[in-house]
Design a protein around this ligand. Structure first.
Ligand SMILES: [Zn+2]
Length: 396
């Protein structure tokens, strides 16, 4: 490796776009300096890329361990049938340990090549553990915990603790216990998870209309899920608030940080209430392609932009509900469906905001001297917009 000077038609530094910038990397890939207004001589000395350069992407929500389930679950069935199919096939003998390992290793490699540098990865097993022992990416593992009714909270807590200790003992990465979702975790278990010493939490939030319906009225599609799984339903049925208003108050410590994932059916009133009641604690993760895959819906971008623009982050979800684990493809999807979104906003969500959400912003997320954020080249940019032909590639 040698010292490198890099430039492009546009350079996004993590916060904003510059049209004549040069990035200077030292021999190890650390940012030595960032020159926002480079002169002609500095630009000539730099390697030029057509299009845009930005820091490495942060994929805030992923389930890399489900990589072997690509194209296995039908699209557009709604969340309840998606979950039932997933539970039915994920432990099928049709998928050998070798098949799983190869799919996960491939997903890890493709994420790297497409510009992802850090991943918030949900784990329910140790299937991806061997891959994490030799990966080039940074991971935060969220060991998922679920269970209703309240009576099984102790048993589920113990199980999750054991899985957590495997992850913390056998990899170099941080890990925390995290609830799956408000409808699948009893209040007792939610409370225990909220009181652990780890302060970074991430849960699936309002991913279906049925979730709010259950908490508001005790009716709807979730009854079918509980019946099919032959489990007692969540006891907060008809508690009279939305699911988010029911569970967020468990996170009463101001140093706790909660990443809310999907938010597909979060009403604007909940977004306003949550951002005002938990200032500085929340991140809102958008996984639009998975939402289209499962529910054929998109998240409420307008109210999120109004109340929490500097707290929006991007996730790919899993290959069980997506055809790729590409942050750029999520941004293209958002720009296509919400044409008013500026490229600067989208890139900030995918880099700087994501790094803060996963607490890796001291070395990732921006071209700040001393950091080693990786450099991504995005091609086929037109008038500061992504085009269908835009592709992302890691170049440093
Ligand atoms: Zn998920």
């Amino acid at each position: 490796m040698h010292r490198r000077l890099l430039t492009a038609d546009e350079v996004f530094d993590g916060k904003q776009l510059w049209s004549r910038a040069v990035i200077v990397l030292d021999e190890q890939g650390y940012v030595e300096s960032f020159i926002p207004h480079a002169d002609a001589q500095q630009r000539r000395a730099a390697e030029y890329f057509s299009g845009l350069l930005c820091p490495g992407f942060i994929n805030v929500h992923c389930h890399s361990e489900l990589a072997y389930l690509k194209d296995q679950i039908p699209r557009g069935t709604g969340l309840v049938d998606f979950i039932l199919t997933l539970m039915d096939i994920r432990h099928s003998a049709a998928f050998s340990a070798k098949t799983k390992f190869q799919a996960i290793a491939r997903a890890d490699e493709l994420m790297y090549q497409a510009g992802i540098v850090a991943v918030g990865d949900i784990v329910n097993t140790t299937d991806s553990l061997p891959v994490k022992q030799s990966t080039s990416l940074y991971y935060h593992h969220f060991v998922e915990c679920m269970g209703v009714p309240d009576a099984i909270a102790d048993a589920r807590w113990e199980q999750a603790q054991q899985l957590l200790s495997q992850w913390t003992r056998q990899t170099a990465f941080p890990a925390s216990l995290t609830p799956h979702a408000p409808y699948s975790v009893s209040d007792t278990l939610f409370q225990r998870l909220a009181h652990q010493s780890q302060t970074l939490i991430s849960f699936h939030n309002q991913e279906s209309a049925a979730e709010n319906e259950w908490f508001l009225s005790g009716q709807g599609e979730l009854q079918r899920l509980y019946d099919a799984l032959q489990i007692a339903p969540h006891a907060a049925a008809a508690c009279g608030t939305t699911s988010l208003q029911h569970v967020l108050p468990f996170f009463s410590r101001a140093n706790q940080q909660v990443i809310l994932v999907h938010n597909t059916f979060t009403p604007a009133t909940d977004i306003q209430w949550a951002t005002q009641s938990f200032p500085g604690q929340l991140y809102w993760c958008l996984c639009p392609k998975a939402n289209l895959y499962i529910e054929q819906q998109l998240p409420p971008v307008e109210p999120l932009l109004a109340y929490a623009a500097d707290r929006i982050v991007i996730g790919t979800d899993s290959l069980a509900s997506n055809d790729s684990l590409s942050v750029l493809e999520e941004l293209k999807c958002l720009q296509q469906h919400f044409p008013f979104l500026a490229l600067e906003n989208l890139l900030r969500w995918a880099t700087w905001n994501g790094a803060r959400a996963l607490q890796c912003d001291s070395w990732l997320g921006s071209f700040t001297p001393g950091k080693k954020p990786g450099v991504v080249h995005i091609s086929a940019i037109q008038d500061q917009r992504l085009t269908p032909a835009s592709q992302s590639q890691r170049i440093a």
